[in-house]
Design a protein around this ligand. Sequence first.
Ligand SMILES: Cc1cc2nc3c(=O)[nH]c(=O)nc-3n(C[C@H](O)[C@H](O)[C@H](O)COP(=O)(O)OP(=O)(O)OC[C@H]3O[C@@H](n4cnc5c(N)ncnc54)[C@H](O)[C@@H]3O)c2cc1C
Length: 298
Amino acid sequence: MLNTLIARTLPMVPKSVVHFAAKKYVAGDTLEDAVRLVRSLNEKLITGTMDFLGEFVTDRKQAEFAAHMGHEILEAIHAHKLRSGLSVKLTCLGLDIDDEFCYENLRSLVFKAKELDLFVRVDMENSPYTTRTLALYRRILEEGFDNTGVVLQAYMRRSEQDIKSLAGLKAPVRLCKGIYREDPAIAFKDREEIRENYKRLLTLLFENGMHAAIATHDDPLLDFAREYIAKNSISKDRYEFQMLLGVRENKRDELVREGHKLRTYVPFGSDWYGYSIRRLKENPEVAGHIMKAFLKGE
Ligand SMILES: Cc1cc2nc3c(=O)[nH]c(=O)nc-3n(C[C@H](O)[C@H](O)[C@H](O)COP(=O)(O)OP(=O)(O)OC[C@H]3O[C@@H](n4cnc5c(N)ncnc54)[C@H](O)[C@@H]3O)c2cc1C
């Protein structure tokens, strides 16, 4: 409880203090750092999805740079023969600037990825962007690209409807709980309610023959997924598990040993702060250690 309160005050702690705890969630500042990390994951039979950190970009040049970095990532994956895809946030590609501009940035990445036989996942951000993210994603699918997937959040009340409307397009969906602060009018808030919705949505994905990326570290959900997969003989080409870099590595390795496909989300870049604060808030124990170090002047 105390640590949870501390976690909420983290934004007041200087960046330099947060940095030492945040490091484990981020591959490093450069693409070379991310390449090195994904290579080490591949050696453990784990695939990656690389993300150049940044979000809520309002400067056109910055969004163009993010798109350029996306291209660099795809080329690096290809050149180094890595088993990895690319994850992108649409506000990083200019969704706050202009939808059409953002679409062109996204399209050029999916096009390039298609040429290289690679996959692009469109992350889901907070609710003001949900409808527009899905609209741009749908446009990409309707253009005929089959190398791209999207993310839906189990805490959002609308997600069931979103799955149903994407089912006809056989869209690959990464299902996560959701990380942003949302209003109870549009989002489930209770931990158990979110879990129950996650189970319902995962079942719906499988029943609709959609590819499911099961993005969670939560034991009851992992157990539910494993049981469902075994009971319904879901083949390996229809699902994978996904985890975040630096989170529950023992569990990750256990899933790999059991023979499941496992992908790790590998963020990198100097814009690590917002991403890491969200991760630290999910891990109040570490947040407590940071605050103690800060107060002791370490
Ligand atoms: C691959 C991937 C991609 C994602 N993409 C998105 C996205 O596009 N949009 C979005 O809104 N959210 C995204 N998320 C985040 C997600 O919504 C959750 O916030 C996050 O995964 C934590 O939820 P959980 O299901 O693991 O359950 P939780 O109940 O939060 O965690 C279960 C257990 O995992 C461990 N754990 C969880 N987080 C941490 C941490 N940071 N540090 C240490 N231990 C931890 C703890 O032991 C905890 O008890 C993504 C998550 C993953 C795994």
